[in-house]
Design a protein around this ligand. Structure first.
Ligand SMILES: Nc1ncnc2c1ncn2[C@@H]1O[C@H](COP(=O)(O)OP(=O)(O)O)[C@@H](O)[C@H]1O
Ligand SMILES: [Mg+2]
Length: 203
């Protein structure tokens, strides 16, 4: 059995299949993130992460792995090392998500935004339809570059406007001198929840 398979099997999830919590895990794993479909762990003493999907979302592992194969060679996306029925092994990306940047007051520049555009254009050239591009899926690295994670929905046919909306908000609000560059987490979560429900006014 692969060593990564063993690590993934060590993560015992209990509770609802769409939003479980985990009890046990191997000591080599350190929890670094949780999304809508998976827990993400750093594999200690390596520069890799293990993304372990929740029981109701294991089918995404295969889909996301296939998309990472399409993106192979593009520096803006992590490299995929192994995929199993419920897990992926990827490059660990050091840095802060845009969500953490806003929460902690770490500046986000126009160059960062342009780089995301460049990355998404390259993904489109590979025949993909980048979707689900939001604040928690973009990381600014210590060198000031950007990396994009969570590519599972890049083959959907529905058009996703999240990135265009974020860009508009960046130029209309964030860049203005009076706009606070650091926002409390509950405000950020409230804005995200209102946006998701389409309750934010047009801007
Ligand atoms: N390769 C990675 N390197 C560093 N952090 C990561 C990596 N992948 C995911 N994360 C962290 O884990 C969180 C959840 O991962 P994500 O792939 O977005 O899961 P989901 O598909 O469930 O949304 C991310 O927002 C990020 O904070
Ligand atoms: Mg995500």
């Amino acid at each position: 059995m692969s060593a990564y398979r063993e690590l993934a099997d060590s993560v015992r999830m209990t509770g609802k299949g769409s939003c479980p919590w985990f009890g046990e895990k191997d000591d080599k794993l350190e929890l670094i993130g949780k999304g809508r479909s998976a827990y993400v762990f750093k594999i200690l003493s390596t520069e890799k992460v293990l993304k372990v999907f929740f029981p109701d979302f294991t089918h995404i592992a295969k889909e996301e792995a296939a998309i990472y194969h399409d993106l192979e060679g593009l520096e803006f996306f992590p490299t995929l090392y192994e995929a199993g029925s419920n897990y992926l092994v990827l490059d660990y990306i050091e840095g802060y998500t845009l969500f953490e940047c806003l929460q902690q007051g770490i500046p986000v520049s126009e160059q960062n935004m342009n780089e995301v555009d460049q990355a998404l254009d390259l993904a489109r050239k590979k025949g993909l339809n980048p979707s689900d591009i939001h604040l928690r899926n973009i990381i600014i690295t210590p060198h000031g570059g950007i990396k994009i994670i969570d590519v599972a929905r890049y083959r959907q046919t529905k058009q996703c406007t999240q990135w265009d909306d974020l860009k508009r908000a960046f130029y209309r609000f964030y860049r203005k001198p009076y706009f606070p560059k650091r926002l409390p987490i509950f405000i950020l979560n409230t804005i995200a929840a209102l946006y998701k429900r389409k309750w934010l006014p047009e801007f």
